[in-house]
Ligand binder design. Structure first.
Ligand code: CA
Length: 234
């Protein structure tokens, strides 16, 4: 059985370089898409959903470091960064932008392909990646439903299942008031017969994890007589 073809998004502004690279990668069995600047890279990334990104550091519009950060904020797709000088690698690695590997120009196609195959082997399988629900992000709180991960100010926070479900519902509806009934219904199920204080206890625990000062909630606010609202990023 042959492996499915991997799509690689090549982000590179030097046209002569791109042409030779594209031909070489196609010959190696990759599907190749090319973005010529950082903004185009982000647009194409969303449209194409590549299996791998080959990202030059020096780019017009938005540089490779910013593109890498932006892609990382929404996806775990492998990224190999391409630098012009080996000294740049140290800088890029020092910035901890989240790339999976680095390569310095000039490089041999064979070396590049070997690294590409290596990061693809380590990456989550394509089918798994595709089923991932969209990551919810409001301000500095980020929730990934499929990976069951919550980041608050870039720090991972562990949440029990019900707190996680509650936060997901609140973030998804950020800016809207959710009534107590709706929250209990959606998180505990329509047949829930327990004490309604359970909701308040869970809200309190969530606040202790996502609020700067849980005694003065700025994110999960109480709407008296109705329910709760997760505040949009201001
Ligand atoms: Ca460049």
């Amino acid at each position: 059985m042959t492996e499915p073809q991997a799509t690689v998004l090549v982000v590179e502004d030097e046209e002569s370089f791109v042409e030779a690279l594209s031909v070489g990668l196609k010959r190696e069995g990759f599907l190749v898409r090319v973005a010529k600047d950082g903004l185009e890279a982000l647009t194409l990334f969303d449209a194409v959903q590549p299996d791998l990104v080959l990202l030059d550091v020096m780019l017009p519009q938005l540089d490779g470091v910013d593109v890498c950060r932006e892609i990382r904020s929404r996806s775990k797709t492998p990224i190999i960064m391409v630098t012009a000088k080996s000294a740049e690698i140290d800088t890029v690695v020092g910035l901890e932008v989240g790339a999976d590997d680095y390569i310095t120009k000039p490089y041999r196609l064979r070396e590049l392909v070997a690294r590409m195959r290596a990061v693809l082997r380590r990456a989550p399988r394509r089918e798994e990646a595709k089923t991932s629900g969209p990551t919810l992000k409001v301000g500095d709180v980020q929730l990934d439903p499929e990976r069951h991960e919550v980041l608050v100010r870039d720090q991972e926070v562990s949440l029990p299942l019900k707190e996680f479900d509650l936060l997901e519902l609140l973030l998804f509806n950020a800016g809207r008031v959710l009534t107590r009934e709706t929250l209990i219904d959606r998180v505990w199920g329509p047949n829930y017969v327990g004490d309604t204080k359970t909701l308040d206890v869970h809200i309190k625990r969530l606040r202790s994890k996502v609020e700067d000062d849980p005694s003065v909630p700025q994110r999960i606010v109480t709407i008296r007589g109705l329910g709760y609202r997760y505040e949009r990023d201001s």
